[in-house]
Ligand binder design. Structure first.
Ligand code: MG
Length: 379
């Protein structure tokens, strides 16, 4: 089997309560008539530079056409050489992610097996999910977010992740009212400061919010301030979670003992292969894991589900809920969430099927302009 063509389709999906997100859908064809689909998810993050999709498609065809899709290691090495870097400060990892997901989908379809069976087999049937509550900047956000909790609780989500750090008083007000209204029925798994705070601010915020109860503290300070992370970690009793975006960074935080939990996603890690390598590394280092997200459509969410089902360990609730956050999707039957658990789609490959009508309808040239005011400021 050989790769004959790679096609890229840029799309924009509308989002509940937030600015829309841009994605690029990947289709890889082979000489055996078997196709794979992938996704470069949520490109609507800084920097405000979007890839030229036509040029990117030509480059991917130049480097991948004629290769055996079974050669996953070789393909990932080629992608890492041509598209180095992580999502933080660039978008290369999203390009690698889109291609790698499509390769695994293709291999699953070629062998009539779900992707999770190709990457270790099912360790768990479904992935426990916490629903994200976005950062509060004014009092009306507290009210609105309590209603989001009530709505999602009615849909079976009883674990939540709260983005904090813009305004301590609002964060504390939300946590207090969450406890009053939902205590006993719902739980805050994580508070996530997205690296906005100084070491002192991060410790003060933890002290203020900890009495309300949560399990982990994510990104208290800038992720590149590994010493600062270690200082926060030694000052608070909650485990510290951080987005681990590269193997180099993973080895650094392991060595410096600055995190307890690896937050790993296919987007940031550059695909299924990259995510598994980071999750395996955490397992080897005796650290804990959860599956993170940039919020993907059902294609990359399905990839996250297969990774989550088959990885060595998952210690906390994960947070990919893209198919619920977006009002649009590109597949015929989206990834499902039952009783707060992400379901692994059934069937060969990823288990999701592209909806060509939706793809045509959502197709839109990539632009960062709309993201500057809205998208870049969200959690
Ligand atoms: Mg985070």
């Amino acid at each position: 089997m050989r790769i004959t063509n790679i096609e890229l389709v840029p799309i924009v999906t509308r989002r509940h309560e937030h600015h829309p997100s841009a994605h690029v859908i990947v289709r890889i064809n082979t000489d055996q008539g078997i196709d794979g689909i992938g996704e470069m998810p949520d490109l609507s993050h800084a920097p405000a530079i979007m890839p030229d999709v036509t040029d990117l498609e030509l480059c991917l065809n130049d480097v991948l056409r004629g290769r055996r899709p079974q050669n996953v290691t070789e393909i990932n090495a080629v992608l890492a050489a041509v598209f180095p870097g992580s999502r933080f400060g660039g978008k290369s990892s999203l390009v690698r992610c889109g291609v790698d997901i499509a390769i695994w989908d293709l291999l699953g379809k070629a062998t009539n097996q779900p992707v999770c069976d190709l990457i270790g087999g099912r360790s768990r049937q479904a992935i426990p999910i916490c629903y994200p509550i976005f950062r509060m900047k004014r009092m009306s956000d507290v009210e609105a977010n309590l209603e989001v909790v009530a709505g999602r609780l009615a849909q079976g989500f009883d674990h939540f992740r709260v983005y904090v750090g813009a305004n301590t008083e609002l964060d504390a007000a939300f946590m207090a009212r969450f406890q009053q209204r939902f205590g006993g029925k719902a739980r805050v798994v994580a508070i996530d400061a997205s690296g906005l705070l100084t070491v002192k601010e991060a410790i003060r915020l933890w002290e203020r919010l900890h009495p309300y109860g949560f399990d982990l503290y994510e990104s208290p300070v800038n992720r590149y301030d590994v010493d600062g992370m270690a200082e926060v970690r030694s000052s608070v009793s909650s485990p510290i979670s951080e987005h681990v975006h590269s193997e180099e960074y993973a080895l650094r935080v392991i060595k410096e003992r600055s995190v307890d939990i690896f937050n790993v996603s296919v987007s940031v890690a550059g695909g299924i292969t990259g995510a598994r390598r980071l999750l395996d590394l955490a397992d080897m280092a005796g650290l804990e894991c959860l599956i993170g997200t940039t919020q993907e459509t059902s294609i990359a969410t399905a990839a996250q589900a297969h990774v989550g089902a088959s990885c060595p360990r998952l210690d906390y609730h994960s947070d990919p809920v893209g198919p619920l956050l977006y009002l649009d999707d590109v597949v015929k039957k989206g990834v499902r969430f039952i009783d707060g658990h992400m379901q692994v789609p059934e069937g060969p490959g990823l288990g999701v099927e592209l909806n060509d009508e939706a793809l045509d309808r959502l197709r839109k040239p990539l632009s960062s302009r709309g993201d500057i005011d809205a998208g870049f400021l969200r959690g």
